[in-house]
Design a protein around this ligand. Structure first.
Ligand SMILES: Cc1cc2nc3c(=O)[nH]c(=O)nc-3n(C[C@H](O)[C@H](O)[C@H](O)COP(=O)(O)OP(=O)(O)OC[C@H]3O[C@@H](n4cnc5c(N)ncnc54)[C@H](O)[C@@H]3O)c2cc1C
Length: 347
């Protein structure tokens, strides 16, 4: 009877209504517990208690079972509330294109820019670490003259709980359809965005060590995970990032990474460039076995290695993802070094 009431209420009410469902369930739960304890004290004082033992055990299990049922209903209702409140406070919509206004653009280096988009300052983006989002724009025309929809994923690098804005760091390719489109937006222009697209659900302290291997803008998901770890004083995960670029000038956010490494003993960064300047003090050439042996945690159940970069880097380091975009087998240097599939994640 009560459960019907709960379900009917759940179906018709929104946030406040749903909160009162929890209240009702709490009452139901404590009512059941009170009933059970009242029964057991009565049983202890009754002369015919032994003969009624089985009946009482049955009644008690019925009551406990009912309490468990209410408790699981409560969990479902709580989850629904959190989900709907989260969705109401989130600027992103998983199944809907939302227009975000470009607020400002900053140069990160000679070919990469940071784009800050704004939204209602009461809201946050609604993205869990690590996730990306999709952008869409009409760029060019199809043969029939209709606009061509171009869609590309990007990984926000602003803290996921930032209210009212998010940042994309995008390398602008001379022939790149979307990167050129975004680079030509002016403050106040909008971009259609959808998401989040969840990648790797990060949980603090789940692994003792995380190794990261990134090439170029492949550092963006690493920055998301890194910020989540280093901004949480209770997260003791040790992180080492191997960051590959063509020249020292190509290294994105080097100052930020160096600052984080000197401020946090649990974070180390190692740069590799294949066209070094004479005074370059980091690694030279491409990432190789020696670099990974020195920089990464060894294979272990307490370790995971995250990899993201252009196809050439993925092929050499970990093998690319499978055609269906699942993780596929571990190949390349990580395979040679003995990291099994469960210890490697390809973004
Ligand atoms: C999950 C995910 C997250 C991503 N996050 C980011 C991010 O945060 N920041 C970011 O800058 N990019 C990111 N990318 C890449 C991004 O989605 C686009 O592929 C990239 O911006 C190029 O798109 P475009 O339309 O500008 O170029 P396109 O029109 O697709 O390509 C045109 C030309 O640009 C050049 N080009 C394009 N991509 C590459 C490349 N990877 N390497 C070398 N040359 C290339 C080639 O000459 C190519 O012919 C991400 C990709 C994925 C899959």
């Amino acid at each position: 009877m009560l459960s019907t009431l709960l379900l009917r209420d759940a179906g018709t009410s929104r946030y406040l209504g749903a909160a009162s469902i929890v209240q009702k369930e709490d009452n139901g739960g404590s009512f059941a517990k009170d009933f059970a304890s009242a029964e057991s004290s009565r049983e202890a004082s009754s002369p015919t208690a032994a003969s009624r033992g089985h009946g009482h055990a049955f009644a008690a299990s019925l009551v406990l079972g009912t309490a468990a049922f209410y408790s699981s209903l409560q969990q479902v209702a709580k989850g629904l509330i959190e989900w709907s409140v989260g969705l109401a406070l989130a600027a992103l919509r998983p199944n809907e294109w939302v227009d975000f206004k470009l607020q400002e653009t900053y140069d990160v280096n000679h070919n990469t820019k940071l784009f800050r988009f704004s939204f209602d300052p009461e809201k946050n983006l609604g993205l869990n670490v690590a996730s990306c989002l999709l952008t869409m724009a009409d760029i060019g025309t199809k043969e029939d003259g209709s606009p061509k929809k171009v869609i590309r994923p990007y990984t926000p690098i602003s803290p996921p709980d930032s209210k009212g804005y998010f940042d994309l760091m995008i390398k602008v390719y001379p022939q790149g359809l979307m990167s050129q489109h975004i680079a030509h937006l002016k403050p106040g222009d909008t971009l259609a965005v959808k998401g989040p697209i969840p990648k790797l659900p990060y949980e603090p302290n789940k692994k003792k060590q995380i190794g990261m291997i990134a090439g170029g803008t492949g550092v963006t998901p690493m920055l998301q995970v890194l910020d989540a770890i280093l901004s949480n004083p209770d997260d003791n995960t040790q992180v080492s990032l191997v960051f590959a670029n063509t020249t020292p000038d190509d290294i994105l956010l080097k100052e930020k990474l160096d600052r984080l490494a000197s401020a946090h003993p649990n974070f180390k960064v190692f740069y590799v460039v294949d066209k070094p300047t004479e005074d370059w003090k980091g690694g030279r050439g491409y990432i190789n076995k020696d670099v990974l042996l020195k920089a990464l945690p060894s294979p272990s159940d307490d370790t995971v290695i995250l990899v993201c970069g252009p196809p050439g880097l993925m092929k050499v380091i970990s093998g690319d993802k499978a055609k269906d975009k699942s993780q596929g087998e571990v190949e390349g240097l990580l395979k040679d070094l003995g990291y099994p599939k469960e210890q490697v994640y390809k973004f």
